[in-house]
Design a protein around this ligand. Structure first.
Ligand SMILES: Cc1ncc(COP(=O)(O)O)c(C=O)c1O
Length: 386
């Protein structure tokens, strides 16, 4: 089959409604205005949380969400070793200690047995101190949030969901973002995510105190007097993490397409699973009666070990055909910056990283595109005896 396109693991989808919405908004407010208020209201309603704060990125969202929790310096934070560096960086911005947990090899999410074992081992003094758990819903699949909620209560933790990759996913029929089992959840609006505003992030919570603090943290920590428009007073150290009104105009029209996007992603996943079933691979495994996957990634994980040489050959063979597979992420403990701080072993993360790839998955892929991608993946993996 001939092809003259390039396929990356993710790509945004923008239509004329999006463009019209942005164009209209450009004639009114540029920074914070009515589109922001409207977008936040719509997001909170859609996902079933009480409050939403829109900011400039999910990284900013993670940063100030932790700040709002006001944890003591050197408090412990627990998260998956298989995440984007933004998750752990946000803990460091807030002077927290990071304790990384390995992943499961069936769903690639945080191993909750390991997390629980660590919490159990804490001294009585440490058990009393407030701690933070950041479950990362990897590739669009929610972590078992009921179990996280039990741990939160039992071990005195806040829970911040890094849902950057999982807008549109559900757990027990509730949208990720409803914060039914957590204190705060964060979405990313980067172009490869479920919906986009170019760059952007969303913070959802049911906690009024956090919400009010987050509004101030987004804008320098400045409180505006309700009585006198000229009076501003900085209450604490904040940031400029504002999102623009025209980004929010884009967010509103993108949100109206979310259901369609997630349905298309799920159809692509069904197609891949069927077409690639002859390969010696595993897919992200989950119980369909409890979870819907937002399929930010479609992951294939080879059963046999993939050597560095084979990995390079495989990726390059496909690159020659215009197929750029994803290799997300280098586990946190393997980054030069983090290597110096972390000495633990993470067997599953390393295995996952060596043997797994993300296939193109985004709304505009046609059946013909998918067939082309599958044919080339099958022939490359057969050629390399993977
Ligand atoms: C798990 C996770 N956390 C945080 C982020 C950061 O998102 P943003 O690019 O919006 O700052 C990403 C983005 O890729 C992510 O995948």
């Amino acid at each position: 089959m001939k092809n003259n396109q390039n396929f990356y693991y993710g790509k945004h989808y923008i239509d004329s409604k999006d463009i019209n919405n942005v164009t209209k908004s450009l004639k009114s407010f540029l920074s914070q205005g009515p589109q922001l208020i409207n977008f936040e209201k719509k997001v909170a309603k859609y996902f079933g949380s009480k409050y939403c704060v829109a900011v400039s990125s999910a990284t900013a969202a993670l940063h100030i969400s932790i700040t709002a929790m006001n944890l003591k310096k050197n408090s412990k934070s627990y998260t998956s070793n298989m995440t984007f560096v933004a998750t752990t960086n946000a803990c460091l911005y807030n002077n927290l200690k990071i304790d990384l947990i390995d992943i499961n090899l069936d769903n690639f999410n945080i191993n909750l047995d390991q997390l629980e074992a660590k919490l159990k081992k804490l001294s009585p003094k440490e058990k009393k101190k407030k701690k933070l758990i950041i479950p990362v819903h990897f590739g669009g699949l929610s972590v078992d949030m009921k179990r996280i909620h039990d741990l939160k209560k039992k071990y005195n933790c806040y829970v911040l969901e890094d849902a950057s990759q999982s807008m549109g996913a559900t757990f027990h029929k509730k949208y990720v973002g409803s914060c039914k089992f957590s204190d705060i959840a964060v979405f990313s609006l980067h172009p490869v995510k479920s919906i986009t505003t170019g760059e952007g992030g969303l913070i959802l919570t049911n906690n009024k105190k956090f919400y009010e603090k987050l509004l101030l943290l987004r804008s320098h920590g400045l409180e505006k007097s309700k009585k006198n428009h000229w009076q501003n007073n900085m209450l604490f150290l904040g940031y400029n993490y504002k999102i623009t009104d025209f980004q929010c105009a884009l967010g509103i029209s993108q949100l109206s397409k979310l259901k369609g996007f997630i349905s298309k992603r799920n159809k692509i996943a069904v197609f891949y699973k069927e077409k690639l079933k002859s390969l010696n691979i595993n897919f992200q495994n989950f119980d369909k009666s409890r979870y819907t996957n937002a399929y930010h990634y479609f992951i294939i994980s080879f059963v046999k070990e993939v050597s560095n040489k084979k990995n390079k050959l495989f990726l390059n063979l496909l690159k020659k055909k215009g197929i750029y597979l994803g290799k997300q992420y280098l586990p946190i403990h393997m980054h030069n910056f983090y290597k110096k701080k972390i000495s633990n072993k993470f067997v599953n993360s390393e295995k996952y990283f060596k043997q797994s790839y993300q296939l193109p998955i985004y709304p505009s892929l046609s059946k013909r595109n998918l067939e082309y991608i599958c044919d080339n993946i099958i022939s490359a993996s057969k050629k390399l005896n993977m």
